[in-house]
Write a protein of this length. Structure first.
Length: 331
């Protein structure tokens, strides 16, 4: 009787242990088979725009190689934060992803009202593409170089103006970065978007601006704007004759808009690694590089999540300093 009871308890304990191990191993097994159902890619920017086009180019390729639909959903509002919030609060299983831009870093630096923490609630997966800003003036301007701009600004404090696509936009913060680095007194003129800012630049109503390369490039090639420098580490393939900021005399002045994929914090490492592995293959495809070039961007080099995380934190630190120095407040 005692022996039988003891044997029964041992069998029960073995069964419970096996059940516990099965429960613990289940998430790992599910992650190993990722993806085994459709993946939702949230894009917090308009359909047909630069970010949306890049997201769809990537999603199509991931769908082809991983065998499950990668469906892009545009969730607009609050400068990209509504879509980002949905992903930050989604299940951390790899089936809801965020494809967004460096606007996320800027919103975090500005301490804009957000119902999530971009640092703590999202994981950086991969940078997919990047593009510089281009320092431009109208073609009738007497300013022909960065050094000309600095000379004129210093000789006429408070009389020069620069445009941006709006308060807290990349163009705004890049303009403030130049001001703070050189201690310039110039006036910021915010617009309600890049097209309006570009139109007034072409008309000569604004002295200069840091324009998104994708927006500025057609106007430069049409002879409506003059490019003084690009903010990337190397010259832009579409503007090989235009110097970098470093070449123009401004060392350590690198600002690029990035497009990247993020996931909810806590997404299994095996899932993130699988995504990164497939994305790195996409980044080496020539046709993907051409697709990015067509929207004024350059496909990123294959990398690791740790590099994206370090880059994000470095960029965030830079913008926090700029926001504090310029006393920029969110709307």
């Amino acid at each position: 009787m005692y022996k039988n009871a003891s044997t029964g308890r041992r069998a029960l304990n073995t069964l419970l242990l096996a059940s516990g191990m099965f429960v613990l191993c289940l998430p790992w097994a599910q992650a190993q088979s990722y993806p085994n159902k459709p993946v939702r890619v949230v894009v917090p920017w308009p359909a047909g725009g630069l970010v949306d086009v890049a997201a769809r180019q990537l999603s199509t390729r991931l769908q082809n190689t991983l065998g499950q639909p990668f469906t892009v959903e545009n969730k607009l509002g609050a400068g990209g934060n509504i879509g980002a919030d949905q992903v930050a609060k989604a299940s951390a299983d790899g089936y809801t992803l965020l494809f967004t831009t460096s606007a996320l870093t800027i919103a975090t630096a500005m301490r804009a009202p957000m119902s999530f923490d971009a640092v703590k609630d999202l994981e950086r997966v991969a940078v997919v593409a990047s593009g510089p800003q281009v320092l431009v003036v109208h073609t009738g301007s007497k300013i022909n170089s960065l050094q000309d701009l600095i000379t004129v600004a210093r000789a006429n404090p408070g009389k020069l103006s620069y445009a941006s696509a709006g308060l807290g936009s990349p163009a705004h913060l890049t303009g403030e970065l130049l001001k703070s680095r050189l201690n310039l007194f110039v006036v910021h003129i915010p617009y309600t978007g890049a097209p309006a800012a570009i139109n007034d630049q072409i008309a000569g109503r604004i002295d200069y601006q840091f324009a998104n390369a994708a927006v500025a490039l057609p106007q430069i090639k049409a002879g409506k704007l003059r490019a003084l420098a690009v903010t990337s580490p190397q010259r832009m393939p579409g503007l090989p004759q235009v110097p970098t900021m470093a070449e123009a005399g401004m060392k350590d002045f690198e600002v690029e808009q990035w497009l990247g994929l993020l996931a909810p914090k806590g997404t299994p490492v095996v899932v993130v690694d699988k995504l990164v592995g497939e994305i790195n293959k996409v980044l080496m495809q020539e046709d993907f590089g051409l697709a990015m070039a067509n929207i004024g961007m350059q496909s990123a080099k294959p990398g690791k999540p740790e590099a994206f995380e370090a880059f994000f934190n470095q960029e965030l630190g830079q913008w926090i300093k700029v926001v504090k120095a310029a006393d920029i407040k969110p709307d």
